[in-house]
Design a protein around this ligand. Structure first.
Ligand code: PSV
Ligand code: MN
Length: 426
């Protein structure tokens, strides 16, 4: 972790130029609709959870090129997220994946989390892989399986996840199912859905009443003919059948090309069922590129829906969980996560700059060009000084990646943990 003094020293040489840019933006017409400090405050309050499974180098089935210094234990993973949080003050939580992150020393973990100013966000279950010594196999599904014994094992695993989470004060269970089929005729599509609904309802019943269940969807992979929960419609139907605390999770990488994700986001907000996000970038599919690296306009449009719906009295208020879900094949995972958080904050900042009254007027009068120009005006604004100011005011680094490099964090981690340390995850 970076001490306050070290961060102040790292910020010092950047301060004069930052202030110049910030003042320029604060005085510009782009902010004429807003109180600039109110925008900065919203950015300061915005927090994105870091996935425990994205702190090591990822790979493909063709290979993996590790960087070294990967966290070997849950304690070391918390340490890595603590580094990110001390730099950007926008990543104050961590999502766990069971069984990769089974907590052992609860009191020690609680103390460590407190020290680092972190909380556990969500606990993710894993019924997409068979674990050693597991009696039943998930080869043909888990919560949707034809055999009761397999479903019961998968239900119990999810309940165990909730119990682990309770020990660390988490309040959310995230369920992603790999269940589906690879060939036409392999699976009875409606029966698989009904079995899934029944299994999810059993898990929901066992959850404390102040917990939320997030139900993720994905159109393909690992199954390539059908997935039991392929789309937001299926997730929504399941959530509606299960209960008010069951909510849809939108993973940006889980859409077919050209899907209008912002419209899905708007709909789910309208129905009061948007529970959370898994942010990542996606070029071809679930490839987990850095969030905002290839489609920043789409990310902005998603935040535009979030900001707009938050102002709409007719839309149910919601606690949306913002999480990253990515893996990093060629980048230092911590640098990639800093970039992702920054891109997310930038998209949010731009959405906050939209002149909403003018946009509403343009939409109501069907002034297509004006409406589009209003969005473009916000999207094309350089909001980096706003994001940097949020980092600065909350005690972080004006330039988190530069600070990370100047401090030689990766070199230190390699020194402490070794060149060949391996993190659990995919
Ligand atoms: C599946 O592709 C997924 O998006 C789910 O959220 C899993 O829990 C996660 O990735 C595992 O890496
Ligand atoms: Mn995901």
């Amino acid at each position: 972790m970076f001490s306050d003094q070290r961060l102040a020293d790292l910020n010092q040489p950047l301060l004069a130029e930052h202030q110049l840019h910030f003042q320029h933006l604060a005085d510009s017409p782009r902010l004429r609709y807003q109180d600039v400090q109110a925008v900065v405050q919203k950015l300061i309050e915005f927090q994105v959870a870091i996935p425990s499974w994205a702190l090591g180098t990822g790979g493909t089935r063709f290979g993996r090129f590790a960087l070294g210094g990967e966290p070997r234990t849950l304690e070391e993973k918390i340490g890595d997220v603590g580094i990110l949080q001390s730099l950007n003050r926008s990543s104050n939580s961590i999502s766990l994946h069971i069984p990769w992150d089974i907590p052992q020393d609860i009191a020690g973990l609680q103390q460590l989390l407190k020290q680092q100013g972190l909380v556990i966000d969500s606990v993710n279950s894993n019924t997409f892989q068979d674990q050693k010594d597991q009696p039943q196999s998930y080869k043909f599904g888990s919560l949707s399986h034809t055999e009761k014994a397999v479903r019961e094992q998968a239900i119990q695993h999810n309940i165990d996840c909730v119990r682990y989470g309770e020990q660390l004060d988490a309040k959310t269970l995230t369920v992603w199912l790999a269940d589906g089929s690879n060939f036409p005729g392999q699976q009875h599509l409606r029966r698989a859905f009904l079995r899934t609904q029944e299994s999810l309802a059993a898990i929901y019943e066992a959850m404390p009443t102040d917990w939320t269940m997030l139900v993720e969807y994905k159109p393909y992979e690992p199954n390539f003919y059908s997935m039991v929960i392929p789309d937001w419609g299926t997730s929504l139907a399941l959530c509606q059948a299960i209960g008010a605390n069951a909510q849809v999770l939108v993973d940006l990488g889980h859409h077919l090309p050209n899907t209008n994700i912002e419209q899905i986001v708007g709909r789910l907000r309208q129905f009061g069922r948007l529970g959370g996000f898994h942010f990542n970038g996606s070029m071809y599919g679930d490839d987990d590129l850095t969030t905002g690296s290839t489609k920043p306009f789409q990310l902005f449009l998603i935040f535009n829906e979030l900001v707009d719906s938050a102002l709409d009295q007719t839309v149910p208020a919601a606690a949306v969980a913002y999480m990253i879900d990515a893996s990093h094949n060629v980048k230092d995972p911590l640098e990639d996560l800093l970039q992702s958080v920054e891109n997310i904050l930038s998209a949010y900042a731009k959405a906050l700059l939209v002149d909403r009254n003018a946009l509403n007027e343009a939409q109501e009068s069907n002034d297509v060009v004006r409406a589009e120009e209003i969005l473009r005006d916000a999207f094309l604004s350089d909001v980096r000084p706003l994001v940097a100011e949020a980092y600065r005011q909350s005690g972080g680094a004006l330039n988190p990646i530069a600070a990370y490099r100047a401090e030689g964090v990766r070199e230190q981690l390699i020194h402490q943990r070794g060149k060949h340390s391996v993190s659990t995850g995919l």
